[in-house]
Design a protein around this ligand. Structure first.
Ligand code: G1P
Length: 256
């Protein structure tokens, strides 16, 4: 059973003008709830009850939001008995490093990793779709979507082997490949169902692209050791850390 999740939200927002407002706190949708609230709601509706948020000094406002949440979120938290935990990632060492910080908290439990600025609008919550597939295959599952070829260099890209409609076996994956090196146009989006095996691998992973410890590099090692799956999830994803993504999300998100 997957009941734990981690949300990395320690980014520095160096590209944003509003430097001291964490981008996960930008308001979106008809209630103008912060982006990260939609991620948390998705997790709660997926059956998660323990949520670890990786933040950093100066992003205390994220913790404040969930300790004094808006009324409807407060109800959801109470009804589902949700517990929040926080830890800091104060050095910008990458997503892989952030995930490694969750090790002690996850122990041997499988868990959902949900990136704090990707939000997904779907019938079945995206994390739930991953959990259902995890329960079926008992192996790590990554959410993917087709992206235009000229955008492959922004994402982790998988080398897929189709199992059935929308489900793939992962032969390999590469972080932000050049267009000509991309093994497909199936891009990793910010939702993963992972097993604790990833932690030993991350502990041995050297900094990769951008001199950061890349989760994708560790996943590449993992997929050579054991069967790993990708799902073309049902739904629409928005990169709400990005202005265009936020404008699109504004049109479709209404909360709870
Ligand atoms: C991260 C991952 C990448 C993934 C992307 C999805 O990249 O490293 O593999 O495709 O999230 O949003 P980032 O967006 O942090 O550069």
């Amino acid at each position: 059973m997957i009941t734990k999740a981690v949300i990395p939200a320690a980014g520095r927002g160096t590209r944003a003008g509003a430097r001291h407002i964490p981008k996960e706190m930008y308001p979106v949708g008809d209630n103008q709830y912060p982006i990260i609230q939609y991620v948390v709601e998705e997790l709660i509706h997926s059956g998660i009850d323990d949520i670890l948020i990786i933040t950093r000094t100066g992003k205390r406002v994220i913790e404040d939001h969930f300790s004094q949440p808006p009324e409807d979120l407060a109800r959801l938290i109470e009804e589902n008995n949700i517990t929040f935990f926080y830890t800091n990632q104060d050095e910008p060492k990458g997503l892989g490093h952030a995930v490694l910080l969750a090790r002690k908290y996850m122990g041997n439990s499988p868990f959902i990793l949900a990136l704090g600025d990707d939000i997904v609008k779907s019938e079945t919550p995206c994390a739930r779709q991953l959990i259902d597939l995890y329960n079926f295959y008992r192996g790590p599952v990554i959410a993917v979507e087709e992206v235009p070829e000229e955008r492959v260099s922004r994402y982790g890209i998988i080398s897929p082997e189709k199992i059935r409609e929308g489900v793939y076996f992962i032969n390999d994956l590469i972080e932000k490949p050049a267009q000509e090196d991309a093994p497909s146009s199936l891009a990793v989006v910010g939702r993963y169902a992972l097993t604790s095996e990833i932690f030993d691998i991350l502990a041995d992973t050297k900094p990769g692209i951008n001199n950061e410890i890349q989760l994708t590099d560790a996943l590449q090692v993992l997929c050579k050791r054991r069967a790993m799956y990708a799902i073309e999830y049902e739904g629409q994803r928005f990169d709400a850390g990005d202005r265009d993504g936020r404008i699109e999300a504004e049109k479709v998100f209404n909360s709870l």
